[in-house]
Write a protein that binds this ligand. Structure first.
Ligand code: PLP
Length: 393
């Protein structure tokens, strides 16, 4: 017999980056529960419960609501390939890395893509959207609700009306926003919406919740060509999640258990309370960061609660601080992406991670790391300001 190979012993981190976020013991336990078959009545029941809970979190009655087997990017691809046929026009709004990814996905799906842009950290105005849909007359307009690469929140309600008045469908990325900010799929009339499990839902990465409006389903049913991806073809996948229970691919059983448990935790807390918790700890963190002179990279009205993008103070080494946070304190925060690389940090307060303990630990640890870089601020000012916020709220 060959010598034993030691078991994995992953370090216990505090995940305060752009995702994944910390996971609750109940969710992790689900991953270790007995695996059943993908057509076992027990699993079919889990799927039905998951769909019902996803509809509550998405705030929709959409029948076609399910968890795609794959991460958030698979959700993006699912929405795009099911709506787009080769040659269809699609407008993609790019103000960060994920809008850029959507444009890439749309091009690969054969769309005739028109991108409209805003600088990283800014959001689109209704006027800019109106101009684009009037000029292009697209079948679909794609936009990111919470740009995790920049920390900016894109208001969607007004845009939705403009897009529909122009006869187009609205495709929205809610990977980071779902669970941390209101996402009103029916209220805002979003047509194709995808998310991910590892951000504010606090489940490990691996599934992508998606939902399609009746209008989007009608568009899919009216296709002249087959969906370009076999794996992500909703006309087949929906027969497995729907009445027929027809085998399409083997669902990742234990990941679906975990998502079911993560959704249960969100709904037990109450969706609105879940949103309110994200806002509260974001404001506490902001009070603390402001007190030590660290400022936000996004204008106030558009700051995301779950993803705090802040400007790295002049003279401070980005990588050294992030390494010290990880090695000495076990805290992960994110660096900047694209043009923000080396300029911003992205501090996540997503789902399970979002609590006062983590806000206070981070502020204390960050003060130490900044001090080691020669950055000066009043000792303990960040923690004191956050505590003052908590006392008053
Ligand atoms: C994380 C993220 C994605 C991609 O999700 P993966 O799970 O990494 O595939 C897409 N869009 C946004 C806004 C994200 O934050």
């Amino acid at each position: 017999m060959s010598s034993p190979i030691p078991s994995l012993t992953p370090p216990k981190r505090i995940l305060m980056g752009p995702g994944p976020s910390d996971t609750a013991p109940r969710v992790l336990a689900a991953l270790g529960a007995p695996t059943v078959g993908h057509l076992d009545p027990y699993f079919l029941q889990v799927m039905t419960e998951t769909q019902s809970m996803l509809r509550q979190v998405f705030r929709t009655k959409n029948e076609l609501t399910l968890a795609v087997s794959g991460t958030g990017s698979a959700g993006m691809e699912t929405c795009v390939v099911n709506l787009i046929e080769p040659g269809d026009k699609m407008v993609v709004c790019v103000n960060g890395v994920f809008g850029g990814r959507m444009a890439d996905v749309a091009g690969r799906a054969g769309a005739q893509v028109t991108t409209i842009e805003r600088p990283f950290g800014e959001v689109f105005s209704p006027e800019q959207i109106a101009e684009a849909v009037a000029r292009v007359k697209p079948k679909v307009l794609g936009i990111v609700h919470a740009e995790t690469s920049t920390g900016a929140r894109q208001p969607l309600e007004e845009i939705s009306k403009i897009v529909h008045d122009a006869g187009a469908l609205l495709l929205a990325d809610t990977v980071t926003s779902l669970g941390g900010l209101p996402v009103e799929v029916d209220g805002w009339q979003l047509d194709a919406v995808y998310s991910g499990t590892q951000k504010c839902l606090s489940c490990p990465p691996g599934l992508a919740p998606v939902t399609f409006s009746p209008r989007a389903v009608a568009t899919i049913e009216a296709r002249k060509s087959k969906v370009a991806s076999w794996y992500l073809d909703m006309t087949m996948v929906r027969n497995y999640w729907g009445q027929d229970r027809a085998y399409h691919h083997t669902a990742p059983i234990n990941m679906n258990y975990a998502l079911r448990e993560a959704l249960a935790l969100v709904l037990e807390e109450g969706l609105e309370n879940h949103h309110a918790r994200h806002k509260k700890h974001h404001l506490a963190l902001k009070a603390g960061l402001t007190a030590i002179g660290v400022s936000y990279a996004v204008a106030e009205p558009y700051q995301l609660p779950m993803l705090n993008a802040v400007t790295i103070p002049a003279g401070v080494d980005d990588l050294k601080v992030r390494q010290q946070l990880l090695n000495e304190f076990g805290i992960e925060i994110g660096g900047g992406l694209g043009p923000m690389k080396g300029k911003t940090w992205r501090i996540g307060l997503m789902g399970e991670t979002c609590n006062s303990r983590n806000v206070l630990i981070l502020l204390a640890a960050l003060e130490r790391c900044l001090g080691d870089q020669g950055y000066r601020c009043a000792s303990g000012a960040g923690v004191a300001a956050a505590n003052e916020f908590y006392r008053r709220s």
